[in-house]
Design a protein around this ligand. Structure first.
Ligand code: ADP
Ligand code: MG
Length: 465
């Protein structure tokens, strides 16, 4: 009996942490998430207090000082009895306690690992085996991109080169382009060399090479690939030296019929501060977009995700999630994690109102947990101007609308006071902020285009630090 209870409790801890992590993931940048949360786990959660273990003292200090609020909020949104979170270094508990936990935890290890399959990246290719084409659900919203990808698998380097995939956040770009890489490896018995990088990694490599006078290393590392996959290329915007290097890499590969695959959150023409010659290279191959999944596709994806993790939810619950969340598959996954956790914990099927509550928690949180800076940067990036101009004093006409949107969002999503808002955007007088907010509210009623802008900006907010 004692053992049994313990086992149930441990399952819950893992499920709870898994659900909390998928919340946390929506609120911190991906590199930070991977760096700081990869070897974390939840050791205890009772009497209102949760205990989180981090792999070393540095991680513990850092996570505790930087992410405490987010962690507490994420745990509380699932287990609202929790009032406090404490942190320990993994292994600092007594050896006996650890080995007992280890034994009990053994079969859970794999499951927890699923959250961090992100980490099981092949060091040579940069590919993560969890992204396969078989687990990629195809429907009309991504059909074009998928068939182009399939064609590239069958005609590496010769059919569509480059292949340029674009689409919004959380819609499957990374999954698809990594799936292509994995599939090419598989079919060729690993004979075709694939290299996957994010554009940030590429940029960092270039900077490193310049600093250490090792330009040749970079050249040979990138130019020896048979297939080069670069994710989120939009981040090269404005990085001139990196663009220059990428241009030469691109040409060297292209001339030798090596395959290049690129993803971006927008089409080449819409990437700000991208050199013309790169833009025209990108446009010289196949461009395919991934749009938003239609309802049936969202249901199919949700069911696939549940099946992959051996969980199940009532059809009407899946249906509700699919109806509510329309633009971000990653968010759908986060909600499913929370729902499954809830169902396991309370050992009964979820009802509609609980489900509604969990859905709105996840979807609202994405925008309302943002910082003022994230909002300013998201608005600036949307209008392709600099954040400083958004909050600066210039009266130039092009800054008026972005500035008003910033003031509106600071009020609407963060509920900031008018004087705070005014000082954020470099105004002395808080009546400006009141005026801007009221004007936006009125304009929004009349102008659907403005509403769409606001939605797009809100969806982008979490991409910024
Ligand atoms: P993006 O790179 O466009 O931001 P990702 O590729 O990271 O999006 O996808 C977000 C999540 O949604 C991933 O966990 C991915 O597996 C899942 N996903 C996206 N599209 C699909 C799909 N068509 N079928 C199955 N899972 C998908
Ligand atoms: Mg991605």
């Amino acid at each position: 009996m004692g053992m049994e209870r313990q086992a149930v409790e441990l399952t819950n801890l893992d499920e709870l942490w898994r659900a909390a992590l998928s919340e946390i993931e929506l609120q911190v940048s991906k590199p930070n998430f991977l760096t700081w949360f990869k070897n974390s786990r939840l050791l205890e959660n009772h009497d209102g207090s949760a205990l989180v273990a981090l792999p070393n003292g540095f991680a513990k200090e850092w996570v505790e000082s930087k992410y405490h609020k987010i962690i507490l909020g994420s745990i509380r949104s699932i287990s609202n009895e929790t009032k406090n979170v404490e942190y320990v270094v993994e292994g600092s508990l007594s050896q006996k306690a650890i080995s007992r936990r280890r034994r009990e935890n053994q079969q859970k290890q794999d499951e927890r690992q699923m959250v961090f399959q992100e980490m099981r990246v092949d060091p040579i290719t940069g590919l993560n085996p969890k992204y396969s084409l078989t687990s990629f659900v195809v429907a009309s919203f991504n059909e074009l991109a998928h068939s182009a990808a399939q064609a590239v698998v069958e005609n590496v380097g010769t059919k569509y080169n480059p292949l340029f995939i674009y689409g919004g956040v959380g819609l499957g770009k990374t999954h698809l382009i990594q799936g292509v890489g994995n599939e090419i490896r598989r079919i060729s018995d690993n004979r075709i060399g694939v290299k996957y990088v994010t554009s940030e990694k590429f940029a960092n490599d270039v900077i490193w090479a310049i600093k250490n006078r090792r330009a040749e290393d970079i050249k040979s590392a990138y130019r020896s690939a048979d297939v080069l996959i670069v994710d989120d290329i939009q981040f090269l915007g404005g990085k001139e030296t990196t663009q220059e290097e990428f241009f030469h890499t691109f040409n060297a590969l292209h001339e030798n019929n090596k395959q290049i695959i690129i993803s971006s959150d927008r089409p080449p023409a819409a990437i700000a501060r991208l050199e013309e010659r790169l833009r025209s290279r990108f446009e010289g191959g196949m461009i395919a977009d991934i749009s938003c999944p239609e309802y049936e596709a969202r249901v199919a994806i949700a069911k696939t995700k549940l099946q992959e993790r051996g969980a199940s939810l009532d059809d009407k619950i899946v249906d509700l999630v699919a109806k509510r969340v329309q633009k971000n598959i990653r968010e759908i996954e986060g909600i499913l994690n929370k729902l499954v956790f809830h169902q396991i914990t309370y050992k009964r099927a979820l009802d509609i109102s609980t489900t509604e509550k969990i859905i709105s928690e996840v979807t609202n949180r994405s925008a309302s947990r943002a910082t003022p800076n994230q909002i300013i940067k998201a608005v600036a990036s949307f209008f392709e101007i600099s954040p400083n101009d958004v909050i600066g004093r210039s009266r130039s006409k092009e800054y008026v609308e972005p500035r008003q949107i910033v003031m509106y969002l600071l009020r609407d999503t963060l509920n900031m006071s008018y004087p705070d808002i005014a000082s954020r955007v470099g105004k002395r007088d808080h009546t400006t902020a009141i005026y801007a907010y009221k004007k936006m509210v009125v304009d929004l009623e009349k102008n659907p285009e403005l509403g769409r802008k606001i939605i797009l900006i809100k969806e982008d907010v979490n991409k910024f630090e």
